[in-house]
Design a binder for this molecule. Structure first.
Ligand SMILES: Nc1ncnc2c1ncn2[C@@H]1O[C@H](COP(=O)(O)OP(=O)(O)OP(=O)(O)O)[C@@H](O)[C@H]1O
Ligand SMILES: [Mg+2]
Length: 265
C-alpha cells in the first residue's frame, strides 16, 4: 500500500487558504466531484498542524449535528456539543463539506456563528454564549448546482465565505503528475491516454451527451490497476466503460465504442 499521497497544489490554492487564514476570512471551495477539495483542506490543516473537524452535509444533517444535544445520564442533564460548538471552543479548522446538500433551515444557525462576532447563543444549553477562539477557521465546500440533490446556498450564508476558490479538473499534464503521486509503476503513456479518454467523457457529459463524468478518482484507479498488472484495455473498460450500463445498453455502447477505438478490440 502507498502512503496517503500529498496534495499537488497546481493552482495556488494553499497560498490563497493561507492568506485567508491570516486575514481571518472564511473560504468556500466550489468544485465538482473528485477535483481535490477534501484533500486540499486536509493538506492545509496538516501544514498548519491544526485539528480538523469535518461535517459532511446531507439531507439527513440536522441542527443538532452542528450545535449538540441534551443528554440525560443517571438523572443528570448534560449537553453533548456538536462539531460547530466544539470547533469554536477548540479554535480548530471546521470543514463544512457539501453544505449545499442539506436542508437550508439546518444552515440558519451557521449564519449566527459565522458572522463577524464569531459567537453563538446556545438556547439548547441555558443561554450559554459560546465565543470562538481567535484562531478558529472555517472552510466550506459546495458542488455546482448541476449535481443532483444540491440546492442554492442562501445569499447571507454565501456572504460569510468571502474568499472563494474554484476547482476544476486540471490540465492533462498536471493530472498526470497528480496520478503519479498515487501510483508506483511507470505507465506514463498509458495513463496519458486514459486522461485523454476521461476528458472526452467529461466533455460529453458537460454537454449532456453522457450521464456521467469520470473524476480524478477514476484516472487514479486506472493507474492503480496497471500497477497490479492489468492491461490498459481491461482497466479502461472496468474503470471508465462499465459504469455507463447504469443508464442502459445504448449509453454503455457509446462509451464502449470510444474505448475500442482507443485501445483496440
Ligand atoms: N491536487 C491533488 N494532489 C493530489 N491528489 C489529488 C489532487 N486532486 C485530487 N487528488 C486525488 O483525487 C481523489 C479525489 O480527491 P478528493 O476526494 O479530495 O476530491 P473532492 O473534490 O473532495 O471530491 P468529492 O466532491 O467527491 O468529495 C483523491 O484520491 C485525491 O487524493
Ligand atoms: Mg470531498
Amino acid at each position: 500500500m502507498l502512503q496517503e499521497a500529498s496534495y499537488l497544489d497546481w493552482n495556488n490554492s494553499i497560498k490563497i487558504l493561507n492568506k485567508a487564514y491570516q486575514a481571518d476570512l472564511f473560504v468556500l471551495i466550489i468544485g465538482t466531484k473528485g477535483t481535490g477539495k477534501t484533500s486540499l483542506v486536509r493538506d492545509f490543516a496538516k501544514s498548519l498542524d491544526k485539528k480538523l473537524e469535518s461535517i459532511n452535509f446531507s439531507l439527513r444533517t440536522r441542527e443538532s449535528h452542528l450545535i449538540g444535544t441534551k443528554t440525560l445520564t443517571n438523572g443528570t442533564v448534560s449537553f453533548d456539543e456538536g462539531l460547530l460548538i466544539k470547533s469554536m471552543k477548540e479554535g480548530s479548522i471546521l470543514y463544512l463539506d457539501e453544505i449545499n446538500s442539506s436542508e437550508p433551515d439546518v444552515l440558519l444557525r451557521l449564519d449566527e456563528a459565522l458572522d463577524d462576532r464569531r459567537q453563538i447563543i446556545l438556547k439548547e444549553s441555558s443561554g450559554e454564549v459560546v465565543k470562538a477562539k481567535e484562531d478558529w477557521f472555517v472552510i466550506g465546500t459546495i458542488n455546482p448546482l448541476t449535481h443532483t440533490g444540491t440546492k442554492e446556498l442562501p445569499p447571507q450564508l454565501l456572504s460569510r465565505f468571502p474568499v472563494r476558490i474554484r476547482l476544476e479538473y486540471p490540465p492533462e499534464n498536471i493530472e498526470l503528475e497528480i496520478i503519479k503521486k498515487h501510483v508506483s509503476g511507470n505507465h506514463n503513456s498509458e495513463i496519458v491516454q486514459a486522461i485523454k479518454l476521461a476528458n472526452i467523457l467529461r466533455q460529453a457529459a458537460a454537454v449532456e451527451e453522457l450521464f456521467y463524468s469520470p473524476s480524478l478518482r477514476e484516472t487514479i484507479a486506472f493507474g492503480k490497476l496497471l500497477d497490479c498488472g492489468m492491461s490498459p484495455k481491461e482497466s479502461a473498460s472496468i474503470v471508465f466503460g462499465n459504469v455507463y450500463t447504469q443508464w442502459g445498453n445504448i449509453e454503455y455502447q457509446k462509451v464502449s465504442d470510444i474505448i475500442t477505438s482507443m485501445y483496440g478490440n
